[in-house]
Design a protein around this ligand. Structure first.
Ligand SMILES: [Zn+2]
Length: 137
């Protein structure tokens, strides 16, 4: 089933996906993504307040998918040939994975600065899924 996200779950997370909302911990100030559950830093429960970060950050890990992608990404992989994917630490500390866009998928490297931009991710169950991708600064 790959990275399957059901439509109800997608809708529930829409706010954080479109506006890139992270949870700011009221106990320690750390940022957590998605903004639910426990703080990634101090494990405080029910202490996350939604905040919108700048959307800029630094690549901490990066890879290129050239085959064997989850089924919902097959069409994109066929069209693009390769998909750059990065784990990005946003300024403020939250870490989240995202696809790279507006660049050669092999181009960005660890330590490069990127910014979030809302793009089409894929279509599944008749619903086009949009969310944050990252482009080089
Ligand atoms: Zn905390």
């Amino acid at each position: 089933m790959g990275a399957y996200v059901s439509v109800p779950t997608w809708w529930r997370q829409l706010d954080s996906r479109y506006r890139l909302v992270v949870g700011e911990c009221t106990e320690c100030g750390a940022h957590t993504f998605p903004p639910e559950g426990a703080c990634v830093d101090c494990n405080a429960v029910d202490a996350l307040e939604p905040v919108e970060p700048e959307g800029t950050g630094t690549i901490v890990a990066q890879t290129v998918i050239e085959g064997g992608a989850p089924p919902e990404f097959e069409a994109l992989l066929d069209a693009e040939g390769a998909i750059g994917v990065a784990l990005v630490e946003l300024d403020g500390g939250a870490r989240l994975p995202g696809m790279l866009t507006d660049c050669d998928p092999h181009g960005p490297e660890r330590g490069d600065r990127v910014e979030a931009t809302i793009r089409r991710i894929y279509e599944d169950e008749g619903v086009v899924r949009y969310g944050a991708k990252f482009r080089p600064l």
